[in-house]
Design a protein around this ligand. Structure first.
Ligand SMILES: C[S@@+](CC[C@H](N)C(=O)[O-])C[C@H]1O[C@@H](n2cnc3c(N)ncnc32)[C@H](O)[C@@H]1O
Ligand code: SF4
Length: 417
């Protein structure tokens, strides 16, 4: 697996140098000059811990959650006070874990961020289906949340039980969503579960849009090595057919594909914390991407609180990118939206995309992975499948390795990918 990602990395960065993450960091983050900056806040608490889930999460307790949020607010001021004027940012996303468990303190966090940033494209937050009640939704809406994402996984009891989760009460969910509407209501699903069929997924998609979603995310099941999931991944051929069938179905229904895994019934409904040029992340495991560096906070809640209480950032590892490494990072995540505009690349890197990756673009066109219109490269169905296929390698050889180590060690010395 790592053989494929290693070769691709060497080819595209034109260097044998690996991605090296070191236990070092800047106490002052140079984000003031970054355009298109997004904000991310991680809340790692869950009522029950699902055995398939790779994210940084711990069992919820009110006491630990309050201590953590006190530290989180300190981290926001620690970073925000580094620059005197308020910085314009795109969106703010709360991810987890299950951020809705801290619904009563979300307003405090947003108020802290509003002291330093001007959020221009709304605020998104993740909920577990159990959190979708009129009371919780009202608290979130009053706090300023404009977009919600609900982790459904499947409406089919059979798959919920394979994943160790309980069935979703769709009537309760529908009436709560009707009572407290949001600009974007996104629902997460997992596909490529054992024996899952197109009919199963079609019925999930139809149900989501009929009970109040205007946006859906359909993620392929990933079997991380450090999770203890008994579920095994679907073979490649079946998975490709399923992905093509879902995509064709959604496009036939007129839904807009706004990223590799997401479709919306309303073109203004958006939910994506990934496709940002730069972002600042707060909380344990949160990542920060700036012009020349990427940093990741410690995964350990206690170590995170200790660092912040001492007035230090909770960074565990930092990579300082070479120019080509940053380009590859940019291209990989921009391609996630299924489109790459060469003008955006040139604006960001001050050099034409064709002069850096002309041969690769020619090859991708020849192989039928992309089509070009006026300098905008759009992925074909075939391209989207291979992007997905490659992303699976990337996830298993990069993210799996890094998160596997970071779950065990709060501050590892060095990780090379
Ligand atoms: C942070 S959770 C969502 C919010 C909430 N905690 C919940 O579970 O409902 C983010 C999403 O990641 C997806 N996910 C988690 N583990 C996954 C895996 N092993 N493979 C693919 N998707 C996964 C799920 O769709 C999940 O809804
Ligand atoms: S899937 Fe959601 S509820 Fe389950 S452990 Fe992951 S973050 Fe928590």
């Amino acid at each position: 697996m790592s053989f494929i990602t290693d070769l691709t990395r060497m080819w595209l960065t034109r260097s044998p140098k690996p991605f090296t993450f070191k236990n070092e960091y800047d106490q002052t983050l140079p984000y003031a000059q970054c355009d298109g900056l997004g904000l991310y806040v991680h809340i790692p608490f869950c009522k029950n811990l699902c055995n398939f889930c790779p994210y940084c999460k711990v069992r919820y307790s009110k006491e630990l959650c309050d201590k953590y949020i006190d530290a989180l607010i300190k981290e926001i001021h620690l970073v925000g006070n580094q620059h005197s004027s308020k910085k314009k940012v795109t969106s703010l996303y709360f991810g987890g874990g299950t951020p809705a468990l801290a619904a009563d303190r979300i307003k405090e966090i947003i108020d802290a961020l509003n002291k330093h940033f001007i959020i221009t494209e709304g605020i998104g937050l993740e909920l577990h289906p159990d959190n979708v009640t009129p009371d919780v939704l009202k608290v979130l809406k009053d706090a300023g949340v404009t977009k919600i994402s609900i982790g459904i996984q499947s409406f089919c009891d059979k798959y919920q039980s394979i994943l160790g989760r309980k069935a979703v009460d769709t009537n309760l969910m529908m009436s709560a969503l009707k009572e407290v509407p949001f600009e974007t209501v996104s629902m997460d699903f997992i596909f490529a579960l054992p024996n899952q069929t197109f009919e199963d997924l079609k019925s999930d998609i139809d149900k989501a849009f009929s009970i109040g979603a205007n946006h859906i995310a359909i993620y392929p099941f990933i079997d991380f090595t450090f999770t203890k999931s008994p579920v095994s991944a679907m073979p490649k051929k079946e998975k490709r057919k399923l992905l093509d069938d879902i995509t064709k179905y959604c496009l036939k229904k007129g839904y807009v594909r706004d990223s590799i895994w997401t479709f919306s019934s309303d073109k203004d409904a958006k939910y994506s914390s990934m496709t940002r040029d730069n972002f600042l992340g707060f909380g344990c495991s949160a990542t920060t991407l700036l012009k020349d560096q990427f940093k990741i906070n410690t995964f350990d809640v206690e170590s995170y609180c200790d660092r912040i209480d001492n007035g230090d950032l909770a960074t565990s590892l930092t990579i300082r990118f070479s120019k080509r490494q940053r380009m590859i990072y940019w291209l990989f995540w921009t391609a996630y939206s299924t489109k790459v505009d060469s003008k955006d690349f040139e604006k960001f890197f001050k050099v034409p995309l064709k002069s850096m990756y002309g041969f690769e673009l020619f090859l991708a066109k020849l192989l039928g992975f992309i089509k070009e219109h006026n300098g905008v490269y759009e992925m074909t169905l075939k391209g989207a499948f291979y992007y997905h296929y490659y992303e699976n390698f990337y996830t298993l050889s990069y993210i799996d390795k890094m998160w596997g180590i970071m779950r065990k060690e709060a501050f590892p010395k060095k990780i090379e990918l």
